[in-house]
Design a protein around this ligand. Structure first.
Ligand SMILES: [Mg+2]
Length: 161
């Protein structure tokens, strides 16, 4: 199945970091909105910052975001101490591949983590990375239309291929 992620977990905190190390992962590339922070919030929670700190002890951290709002970019960059690629144009893998090259990351040792199959997971597959699909970091508080689209996307993954 072409959009089936390697791992499908509830949220970033449920990612098995030891397992990733065991299979040779050295770099974790994250989608930003809904994956690392509430959509359009421009802020990490303390819990997320703690978790990222733990991740950074054993992995390179990078963010690959489709967001291209200059104000938002400035805000997020000011609070992040890892490289971020904005306006990444996922599911295209062109800019993401360039970003990986710049940081010396190879696809075999990288995992792409995101909440959207049709952008994040597809991009990760094109890059040849391992992929992890997470539910939105704010899944329980999302409105109905957003939840509907998510269900539809997940239904597509199950039925394709
Ligand atoms: Mg997202």
């Amino acid at each position: 199945m072409f959009l089936k992620p390697d791992y499908n977990v509830e949220n970033i905190y449920a990612i098995d970091l030891e397992e990733l190390q065991k299979v040779g992962i050295k770099a974790m590339l994250f989608d930003l909105d809904s994956t690392l922070m509430a959509s359009k919030s421009g802020a990490y929670t303390l819990k997320t910052l703690d978790w990222l700190d733990k991740v950074s002890q054993n992995f390179f951290i990078g963010v690959i975001s489709n967001n291209k709002n200059p104000e938002y970019i400035k805000k997020v960059q000011a609070i992040s101490d890892f490289p971020i690629l904005f306006d990444a144009n996922k599911p295209s893998s062109v800019k993401a591949a360039q970003f990986m090259k710049e940081h010396g990351i190879t696809a075999e040792t990288a995992v792409l983590v995101g909440d959207r199959p049709l952008t994040d997971i597809w991009c990760g597959k094109k890059l040849g990375c391992k992929t992890i699909l997470v539910d939105s970091i704010t899944a329980k508080t999302e409105n109905m239309p957003t939840r509907f689209v998510r269900k539809l996307e997940r239904c597509c993954i199950r039925n394709w291929g």
